[in-house]
Design a protein around this ligand. Structure first.
Ligand code: ARG
Ligand code: ZN
Length: 848
């Protein structure tokens, strides 16, 4: 039954647990429908502990419970048990039964293709046994597993391994959310790493038989991550073994369980034939992310789930630094900003807006958001920019020294920076508590040799932030001469007031400013600078991010004009683009990014911000026209660009080759708009790698010439789940707006539409939600189809359902008819009698 009044949890209500847990022993007797879990847990009451305790527990069948060897009868409820306990240290023992095979929610212990695996973050451990399932309770775990499987894994170091039995011991105290267990018929791709102090670590990537050939890249990424964390953060690995397991059914990307990372197979399995260059890059980043959690998350964890950004923001920031070092720093920054604007800015503009550190929630799994992760990482980046790289390193050393083994808060984190630098971070802390994206306006003035830049910041009041205060905004700024020379090199201007001016003396002529270089703060910048400012920066800026940004803002302004007034595409933009595209010494990846357009959803956001009502069909048409104009304007150089960026064998997924392929593929797409699909067909036919095969197929689909290729692709890849996810998704992505919903609906009838698998569900419905004009089709068919399927998925997998509800977050910005249709679907979902707490919280917030 649906919980009538879901409970809201508040940060301000935090109370420590009354007991220390000094050790945990778990024994698993595995069976698909009746796994037995025996626990033996040593508790020590703290000074002021009460004489009863509460242990979390969900969907458990309690077989027996003992305290110090004597049977007890705790009071059971839906979410745990309460029991009278001694006022001295005691041993709790319990035996419970669980049903992994029917655990379709994919948290706790569940089965995926015959293998057992776990997902305990945030609150899955309580579905395994009774326990104080909160991150500030840290303990040392010993785990025994009995089961007829060749591979039996848990956290820490192996103690013993015999047929049908394994024992593991993890010496590092950890919260229960980092517990993991895996059992199954798996094969290992082995490796090894020697730490800088000379300890040998055994590495393994465990996969299902048949996937052995897709592990080498992940293994190398793991070794690179281990080395990088030693070199850059001075962090060494701390166990004898590090295991990664690939699982097909997984709600998220991956999970940093101590010594036993569990990965969505899409986030680790890679091969030339089956993975795109983008897949390779993502896999490298996720492996790094989970590995880096070993220090930022595991050795130092969160006191409570409100502090989630403490580990996630920092770890995203660290994995971005890693990718920037491994590949191209400007390219990484540009792609991160595209992602930030697409997901985090959209979230912050709508009904799901919340601070980086939220102050209340009903279901914590709903707060693994772009704001916590990506804006959380931006906040760390700003902190580093403000204190400087050296002071940042000093603060991080202090953080690891001071807080190793602890469960911490944002206050602890900021105190470390205050102590290491002597700076007062009271005002900076507003980045953690105020929701919304600040708008910064810039204007300039020139008086007889003095140049003045004036910035104003504004944050719109919102439900969580009714009375916003000025934030500390680092604005990296350089000044260029009219001939494009850098006359004042990049420096950090710190905007702390609502409005503030910065003066530059001693300049021979009026400079051209380049502000917010590298996107030095997550703000919306509104320029009141000269008319041709962006065109100048597009031609001359020495900061690659701002050069890209100048092109983007010209494209955006032109598209908005086209949407509003049916104007023609801006030739100033197209001329500037052609100049950049013709510059052979510029990184091909960078040039491919220059060809990109703001997403249709970003355009809708901009229109809504300006008080207009976005029309998805008009935005679609304008974007198509702009694409055609790009093709036409670049037609002399496109064939050369395409030919010059073909990559000689052998295939490598590195930055250099993938950059060339991305420029060639962007060029291919434009060329085929003019020439028709033959070139794409040739590329599809002879491709020896997924990047080119998929790029060929996607152009063929767009050109309505993809039927044969689609069949061939399916025939070739029907046994590869991850590749078939691409096949499902691409058809929706490349459909015309009036066909997207019908295409998605038809795909749900395909025998391989295994909708309980989150990757497959997202392949179709994630693609539909991302198809702006398709999902927001005027008659509401997109809303209805997604709602039908979310209603079906919710009882099976509430976490993935709740996540997909985000597709509706922008419903209020469209016209009255679309709003009525969307609201009706939101209400229909909300009226589902068995709606999960996850979906209920999301839908209630979205409905407003
Ligand atoms: N800590 C994981 C990561 O970011 C994410 C796990 C989130 N799981 C969840 N059920 N919300 O690496
Ligand atoms: Zn993480």
């Amino acid at each position: 039954m649906r919980d009538a009044t879901p409970q809201t949890i508040y940060l301000s209500d935090y109370k420590p647990f009354g007991f220390d847990v000094t050790s945990v022993e778990l024994t698993f007797d595995l069976a698909p429908n009746c796994t037995r879990v025996r626990s033996k847990i040593a508790f020590e009451p703290k000074a002021d502990a009460e004489r009863t305790f509460f242990l979390h527990g969900k969907e458990l069948k309690l077989i027996s419970a003992k305290i110090d060897g004597t049977d007890v009868s705790p009071a059971l409820s839906d979410d745990g048990l309460t029991c009278t306990v001694p006022d001295a240290p005691f041993i709790w023992e319990a035996e419970v039964e669980i049903d992994p095979e029917n655990n379709t929610a994919l948290d706790g212990l569940y089965m995926s293709n015959g293998m057992y695996c776990t997902q305990c973050e945030a609150e899955g451990f309580r579905k395994i046994t009774y326990y104080p399932d909160r991150p500030d309770v840290m303990s040392v775990f010993t785990v025994r597993i009995n089961g007829p499987h060749p591979v039996l894994l848990s956290n820490g170091n192996p103690v013993s391994q015999t047929e049908g039995h394994a024992e593991w011991h993890d010496p590092w105290p950890k919260p229960a959310y980092l517990f993991a267990l895996v059992a199954g018929e798996l094969v290992a791709h082995p490796g090894s790493f020697t730490t800088r102090s000379g300890r040998d670590v055994a590495l393994n990537i465990y996969v299902r038989p048949g996937d052995e050939g897709k592990c080498a890249f992940g293994m190398q990424a793991l070794k690179d991550s281990m080395k990088w964390d030693e070199d850059v953060y001075g962090r060494e690995y701390d166990l004898d073994i590090f295991n990664i397991v690939a699982v097909d059914d997984f709600n998220m990307g991956a999970m940093e369980n101590k010594g036993l990372n569990v990965f969505n197979s899409s986030a680790v399995l890679a091969s030339q034939a089956t993975s795109t260059d983008a897949n390779f890059e993502r896999i490298e980043a996720i492996i790094a992310h989970e590995y880096f959690h070993n220090w930022t998350g595991n050795r130092i964890t969160c006191r409570d789930w409100f502090q989630l950004c403490l580990k996630e923001g920092l770890t995203v920031f660290r994995d971005a630094q890693f990718t920037a070092d491994m590949r191209s720093a400007p390219v990484k920054r540009i792609t991160d900003v595209i992602d930030l604007r697409g997901r985090q800015f959209a979230e912050d503009q709508g009904p799901l807006s919340h601070p980086v550190r939220p102050e209340s929630f009903q279901e914590i799994n709903n707060f693994y958001t772009a704001t916590v992760y990506e804006k959380g990482a931006e906040v760390i980046g700003m902190l580093r920019r403000i204190v400087g790289a050296q002071a940042y390193d000093k603060a991080l050393s202090l953080y690891f020294d001071r807080h190793d083994g602890q469960a911490c808060t944002i206050e602890d984190w900021l105190k470390v920076f205050e102590d290491a630098t002597g700076r007062d971070l009271t005002q900076f802390k507003r980045w953690y508590s105020q929701a919304g994206t600040p708008r910064v306006t810039v204007k300039d003035a020139w008086y007889a040799g003095t140049y003045i830049l004036t910035f104003t910041q504004h944050l719109k009041p919102s439900a969580t932030t009714p009375d916003p205060q000025p934030q500390v905004i680092p604005i990296v700024t350089g000044l260029l001469s009219p001939s494009g020379q850098e006359v004042v090199s990049s420096q950090v201007l710190e905007l702390t007031e609502e409005s503030q001016s910065f003066t530059f003396e001693g300049l021979a002529e009026r400079p051209i400013p380049s502000v917010l270089r590298g996107f030095s703060a997550p703000v919306v910048l509104e320029s009141e600078l000269a008319e041709n400012h962006a065109a100048f920066l597009l031609a001359h800026d020495t900061d690659p991010f701002n050069r890209w940004e100048a092109g983007r803002s010209l494209a955006k302004a032109s598209l908005l004009d086209m949407v509003r007034t049916d104007a023609a595409p801006d030739t100033q933009y197209l001329d500037g683009l052609r100049a950049v595209m013709s510059q052979g010494d510029l990184d091909p990846t960078f040039r491919a990014l220059m060809l990109g357009l703001p997403s249709q959803s970003d355009l809708a956001t901009a229109l809504h911000d300006a008080g207009d009502t976005p029309d998805p069909d008009v935005i679609w048409t304008a974007s198509e026209k702009m694409r055609a104009a790009q093709a036409e304007h670049l037609k002399e150089i496109l064939p050369g660009l395409f030919a010059d960026h073909q990559v000689p064998e052998p295939y490598k997924p590195d930055a250099d080759q993938s950059g060339r392929r991305s420029l060639a593929n962007a060029t291919l797409s434009l060329l085929c708009r003019m020439e028709g699909p033959e070139r794409a067909q040739r590329q599809f036919d002879k491709a020896d790698n997924m990047t080119q095969q998929l790029a060929g197929l996607s152009v063929l689909l767009r050109e309505k010439a993809g039927d044969a290729a689609l069949k061939a692709f399916e025939e070739q890849w029907k046994d590869d789940r991850l590749v078939m996810d691409k096949w499902f998704g691409l058809q929706v992505m490349q459909a015309d707006p009036d066909q997207a919903v019908a295409t998605a609906a038809a795909l749900t009838e395909h025998p391989d539409f295994k909708w309980k698998n989150p990757n497959r569900f997202r392949a179709v419905f994630g693609a539909l939600a991302a198809h702006h004009a398709g999902f927001h089709a005027a008659g509401g068919s997109g809303y209805k189809l997604l709602a039908d399927w979310l209603i079906r998925l919710d009882p099976v997998n509430p976490q993935t359902t709740a996540r997909m509800c985000v597709a509706f977050q922008t419903w209020q910005r469209y016209d009255a008819q679309r709003q009525t249709l969307a609201a009706a679907e939101l209400d229909r979902m909300l009226a589902t009698p068995t709606l999960s707490r996850n979906a209920s919280e999301m839908l209630t917030r979205i409905r407003g």
